[in-house]
Design a protein around this ligand. Structure first.
Ligand SMILES: *Cc1c(COP(=O)(O)O)cnc(C)c1O
Ligand SMILES: [Zn+2]
Length: 428
């Protein structure tokens, strides 16, 4: 076989390399499979260390030709220990994979788009697009601008204003559709067929999916080429969690890490939790839902990779949980206050679910656990509207400031943080 090829995930039929995502025999999704014997000679720790500090350091296991010259750097985000969040939730060995600062558009979607658009160019598409719950729209619009491709982006009409602005600024044509993500996605399939455009999550979806593997590669490399005990991953269509699973498997098969049973934990919002339901009732069957949650980036009611995500979670010995919108907002605040990371609603979902997994002892305190923070809070500030009061401005005088501190002290007797602040000069 070639260095890589498309293959049906269910019946195994091979399809070569073409812009196609569904098997014409059994209607299952296609995925990219690599010739691991060929990859073995090139995907080594040494070769990776010599590569650029972005996803293209892993190009030997990404679906691009040897001649491809990367033009869209993305990824290689920080993996940071989270001791203060850990102390709050009873975790002693917790790390955060921080894709809130993924470049160029501040979500993990930059990774998948970089790989999908490299393939769009190789297939000769002059127009690209996607159906999106927001972050994908931002990533496609930005990277297509950089590559000089025309862009059509379809989104549910009621998306967050910041995500709409962050798409239009790149010159993309934005089409708002009266309907939810699943309606938008269906329309995109029809458009891709009719106009012969490259839709990153429709006819380019298998290539897009491979970009998600880089989260798994980075986690392993940043841990010093070893696998964690657990990962906690937010789920929309279920691609990210399935592909981290695939990445770890590939690393083991190529001998870059020692084999280890990594348990996969999936996170969704209660208002859209079809994959969690499937995990909890043990059937692996996805029952489509009509999304109703503030976690818009995860609001996919009929997740394309849901069955695979659910299978990966269960076979790993992991679990899945869903959390309410109220829990999501307080988790956003908790993560910001403890670790200085401002995440969007999807990160609130991950943080709240992580806390619950420790509380329910699904994860033990000492286990090496990585929680994936996948998007930036500046895109969903609307969920914090009204959460903080703007106090009256003071005059630029020390006396005014002292009065301000005094007032704070009297208002918030029970907030220990403020006591510490006000007592700073008599305390030491
Ligand atoms: C798209 C997205 C996800 C989940 O992606 P899937 O691969 O569809 O499961 C998670 N977090 C954020 C912020 C996203 O935009
Ligand atoms: Zn098939």
């Amino acid at each position: 076989m070639a260095a890589y090829e498309l293959r049906c995930k269910e019946c195994g039929k091979f399809y070569g390399i073409q812009p196609l995502s569904i098997c014409d025999e059994c209607f299952s999704p296609l995925e990219v499979v690599f010739d691991l014997d060929y990859a073995r000679t090139r995907f080594t720790r040494e070769a990776i260390a010599r590569g650029p500090l972005n996803i293209w350091r892993y190009r030997a296991l990404l679906p691009v030709s040897d001649a491809y010259v990367p033009q869209t750097p993305a990824g290689f985000t920080p993996l940071v220990p989270a001791p203060r969040l850990g102390a709050h939730i009873g975790a002693r060995n917790l790390y955060l994979k921080n894709d809130a600062v993924c470049m160029p558009t501040l979500s993990f979607k930059d990774r998948v788009v970089a790989v999908a658009l490299a393939n769009a160019q190789a297939f000769g598409f002059d127009t690209v697009g996607c159906s999106s719950t927001g972050n994908l729209a931002n990533a496609v619009a930005a990277q297509a601008a950089r590559l000089g491709l025309k862009t059509f982006i379809l989104v549910p009409a009621d998306l967050e204003p910041a995500k709409i602005l962050n798409t239009q600024v790149y010159g993309a044509t934005l089409v708002r559709v009266d309907g939810n993500y699943d309606h938008v996605n269906r329309l995109c399939s029809q458009i891709a067929d009719r106009y012969r455009w490259g839709f990153v999550n429709v006819n380019l979806r298998p290539f897009y999916g491979e970009g998600s593997k880089t989260v798994g590669f980075e986690i392993a490399e940043q841990l010093g080429w070893r696998l964690p005990d657990n990962v906690v991953v937010p789920m929309a269509g279920g691609a990210l969690i399935s592909k981290i699973h695939k990445a770890f498997k590939e690393l083991v098969m190529l001998g870059l890490v020692e084999e280890r049973q990594v348990r996969f934990f999936g996170a969704q919002a209660t208002g859209c939790s079809p994959i969690v339901k499937a995990v909890k009732n043990g059937t692996g069957q996805i029952e489509p839902q009509r999304p109703a949650t503030i976690a818009r980036s995860l609001a996919i009611g009929n997740p394309a990779d849901g069955p695979f995500a659910s299978r990966a979670i269960r076979s790993s010995g992991g679990w899945a949980e869903d959390v309410s919108d109220v829990e999501i907002v307080s988790a956003i605040q908790e993560l910001a206050e403890t670790e200085g990371i401002f995440t969007e609603t999807a990160g609130g979902v991950t943080t709240a679910v992580t806390a619950r997994l420790y509380a329910h002892q699904r994860i033990r305190p000492h286990e090496l656990t990585v929680a994936c923070i996948t998007g930036n809070g500046l895109k969903t500030t609307d969920v914090l509207n009204g959460a903080y009061d703007q106090r009256q401005a003071i005059r630029p005088r020390l006396a005014d400031f002292e009065q301000f501190v005094e007032q704070l002290r009297s208002e918030t007797e029970d907030r220990s943080q403020v006591f510490a602040l006000a007592g700073a000069d008599d305390g030491r």
